[in-house]
Design a protein around this ligand. Structure first.
Ligand SMILES: [Cu+2]
Length: 318
């Protein structure tokens, strides 16, 4: 028993040491920097600085040299996230097109090589309270003395590990980044993303749709056992989030199938001026068995009218 207690203490030390080496400063290697997402940052806003948190990305402010490599990894086992360059005002995002990881499933990573010095803000398209900053500096700028030596060593180790993990993807990632840049140039505003979440509310099911665009017109249909339990055509979402109440409960045996079909983006009733992708965006099986408050991400999907949709990661998720 005593041995066990002692070894537990060792484990604790190891964990503490590990955590210390993960302190934000340890990442401040300027040639390479790794940014990760905070666990459960998609469900709770407590990580957000507005809520007094320390940031939903770690480190929340990262520094890298021009020509260096920023590796962005979704390390959150509970959700999907993006690193999208630009700013967000409340729920209204303004992507600036410098980089966009697209939807990163847990464990996915993306590399960005900054080409110009300056401050680059970014956010998560799916959880707009998640924001971070990358400070890009000239490579020759500020090589301070050895007060950072230990940290740099730790960071280098960290970076080496990240590099190893990323090495296999590197060539592909570079190519992908190029494509992504092209895609952005051509298709900035026509990519449509819808995320479906659900919760059990008032004996029924609350469906929450989260969009990456304002003013989406769409049809929403829900069926259970082949019967339509909810059907609304020509819905219009003024905001990035729309909530619908369905008077039925899904279960493992009798799930509710939800389908979202995009009709286009624009003012309601003015179909001729609508833009953006049209067609089925996503479907999801709704089984709200996890309490009344938690929203569960059921599906994330992106459709796009450009030819390079293969690069846009259509990710239906059940
Ligand atoms: Cu997120």
């Amino acid at each position: 028993m005593k041995t066990k207690a002692i070894s537990s203490i060792f484990v604790l030390f190891a964990i503490a040491a590990g955590m210390a080496s993960m302190a934000p400063d340890a990442f401040a290697d300027h040639a390479e920097v790794a940014i990760v997402t905070v666990d459960e940052s998609g469900f709770s806003q407590t990580c957000a600085e507005a809520q007094g948190g320390s940031g939903c990305y770690v480190p929340v402010t990262a520094t890298v040299d021009v020509g260096g490599v920023v590796t962005m990894t979704n390390t959150d086992p509970t959700g999907v996230h993006t690193f999208t360059s630009g700013t967000v005002d409340g729920f209204a995002p303004s992507p600036d097109g410098v980089f966009d990881t697209g939807v990163l499933m847990s464990g996915d990573a993306f590399e960005w090589v900054p080409e110009a010095a300056g401050e680059q803000p970014y956010y998560c398209m799916l959880h707009t309270w998640m924001i971070g900053t990358i400070i890009v500096q000239e490579a020759a700028a500020e090589e301070h003395a050895d007060d950072h030596a230990a940290e740099e060593a730790a960071a280098a180790e960290e970076a080496a590990a990240a590099e190893e993990a990323a090495a296999a993807e590197e060539a592909a990632a570079a190519e992908e980044a190029e494509h992504a840049a092209m895609e952005h140039a051509e298709a900035e505003d026509v990519e449509l993303m819808v995320m479906i979440s659900d919760a059990q509310v008032m004996g029924g099911t609350q469906i929450e749709l989260e969009f990456n665009v304002l003013h989406l017109n769409y049809d929403l249909t829900a069926t259970q056992n082949g019967e339509v339990v909810f059907e609304e055509k020509g819905l219009h979402s003024m905001e990035l989030i729309a909530t619908h109440q369905i008077d039925a409960l899904g279960s493992d045996e009798n799930p509710i199938d939800v389908e979202v079909v995009s009709l286009g983006i624009g003012a309601p009733g003015d179909e001729d001026s609508w833009t953006g992708p049209v067609g089925q965006v996503t479907t999801a099986k709704v089984v709200p068995e996890f309490g009344t408050i938690a929203m569960m991400v059921l599906a994330v999907a992106i459709i796009s009218i450009v030819a390079v949709t293969a690069k846009s990661r259509v990710v239906p998720r059940f």
